[in-house]
Design a protein around this ligand. Sequence first.
Ligand code: HH2
Length: 280
Amino acid sequence: MHAFQCGDFRFGLDRTLVMGVVNLTPDSFSDGGAHDTPAVAIAHAELLAAQGADIVDLGAESTRPGAPVLPLEEEWSRLLPVLRALAKRGLAVSVDTYKPEVMRRALAEGAAMINDIQGFRLPGAVAAVAGSVCGLCVMHMQHDPASMQLAPAYEDVVAEVHQFLAERVAALELAGIERARIVLDPGFGFGKTVRQNYQLMHHLDRLRAAGLPLLVGVSRKSMIGAITGRPVGERLAGSVAAALGAVAHGASIVRVHDVAATVDALKVWRAIASPEQAGA
Ligand code: HH2
């Protein structure tokens, strides 16, 4: 069975992995300001791990549409105390950053994974991760957070996202990065209309053509609100449905805020798929 190499962790992909989101930001779209001291963030990450998160994803710069760029030192000062504490406790910590210098520092502090919404496109990003054994999430985004939602345009969104991801994988492999370290993410909400997001989800299996595991992050996003008419604090049911839909269409990892609910849903899903493992 395929496995995901993620720093010192090696995750079997015979079950869906759950990545729990911990935003260390004042302005994230759904949990901004909720974990704005290191102690609160550390406690929240530990809670998510206890609830069944395989990986916790720390983000210090919001990527919501129109979010400002955060200076490197500010990003790092938010990340460092939380990353250091969680890595010391033996958690698989992912750092959500596109800045090569932050990647380098995070890996030196024990991050197991780098989650790059820019797909390791910035100069120096590939080099920053090449010499380690960290896991990599390569995400697609059209343009950048400042402009991505102004006028998303594709001739064929699935084909274009697929091509982008395939090109990034080629660049990573050229730098000697093993495929077992790489997961791919279509980047839901990053330069896509609601319809384009759902087209991507519907055709997720086409993105598996590269042969690499897919990570999907749709938790609480506006594509859920657009269908349900619910504000961001009331999107749990829609988010869980979307996570299961993603798994049905081939996702190996789901990135979520609501770990406990998602883990329960996945357990029931798995029992339906494999009733022989569902007990007496
Ligand atoms: N979505 C967000 C941030 N990082 N990384 C990956 N790989 N995939 C995603 O879909 C993704 C991501 C946005 O969600 P969130 O972190 O909750 O919000 P914000 O960017 O406002 O902090």
